[in-house]
Design a protein around this ligand. Sequence first.
Ligand SMILES: C[S@@+](CC[C@H](N)C(=O)[O-])C[C@H]1O[C@@H](n2cnc3c(N)ncnc32)[C@H](O)[C@@H]1O
Length: 373
Amino acid sequence: MNKPAEIIRREIAERGVLSFARFMELALYCPNSGYYETKKDNPGRRGDFYTSVSAGELFGQLLAFQFAAWLEELLWSRATRHSSLRLVEAGAHDGTLAKDILTWLQGARPKRFGHIEYYIIEPSLCRQEWQKETLKHFGPRVRWFSDLENLSRVTRHSSFCGILFSNELLDAMPVHRFGWDAENKKWFEWGVAVEGEKFVWARLSVQSAMRHLPTAVSHLPSSLLDVLPDGYTIENCPAAENWWRAAANTLERGRLLTIDYGLTNDELFSPGRTRGTLRAYFRHHATNDLLANIGRQDLTAHVNFSAIQSAGEACGLKTESFLTQAQFLTRILDKASKTGEFGEWSGKPARQFQMLSHPEHLGHAFRVLIQSR
Ligand SMILES: C[S@@+](CC[C@H](N)C(=O)[O-])C[C@H]1O[C@@H](n2cnc3c(N)ncnc32)[C@H](O)[C@@H]1O
């Protein structure tokens, strides 16, 4: 048995049925042995799934173009004239996106590049090492923080102005999973237990379901609950909402942006989506066998963008836009092509753009939420 499976088994023996969120946390992030601690080559062709970053450097270049324009705006606004400008990335994995962004800024905005600090929020020492290796040419321009609290502590006296962003971070955070019990007209939370050698699904106590149930679902009208199919499945990710709140509170002036696959409340809670959105990915195949292959397959669920948007607004952020990745990148490309900075538009960049923006690839399922203060 591998290490994360061993630890999960031990926790179940000590505490009883584990929430799926805890199971997912251990399977993905167990120090030194969880999925994201050992699979450096993921995402990518040799891994289990593709992300926009693994599609090539164009994604980072387009983001860098947009970030440079936003930083310029910030610099010209009176309140930030004396502060350093910061780009903060979370969920940087092996540092490839940071490298693509910094390389473009260094080449295309050499004057501004000197004033930009690039911070990475990375709780894992192992992933910090991968990132340091990828970014070694940028020296002290890049700094690491284990979490947002740590970043706030350091930047408290110098006011945090800049852009805090992530690509596919929130969809990798641990989710709670719920089912509808039509006979008893109650939600219950799915947990994980052990049966012999195998991990199996088991129901958690009713109190636990009420504690973590998504707000949107706890207020559903009884007429709808009367016809909701037995076993209807949904997820909730308090970790993502908490993270977004902490990020919003860190930002004194600038933008908070996330790119993820996800849906709004209405899209998530629909008659066609009876099995929820949780999936496992292994060698580019999606499976529903979430309890198998522990620590060797990715586990992920769609982001609830309504919940994230509300969390940011409750912290005083203004929602600027909520777009598909295709809309977002096409707008950037329109502006960028007027400057001529992206040169000939054919061959490799055109193929990468097609992958990033085509609805059947990454263009439609991925959404971009931008909030600002
Ligand atoms: C799906 S991968 C995306 C990697 C990369 N951003 C990309 O697009 O290719 C999710 C990444 O988020 C990281 N992650 C998860 N929770 C995190 C947290 N609280 N803070 C920082 N990174 C986190 C994971 O370790 C993993 O590297």
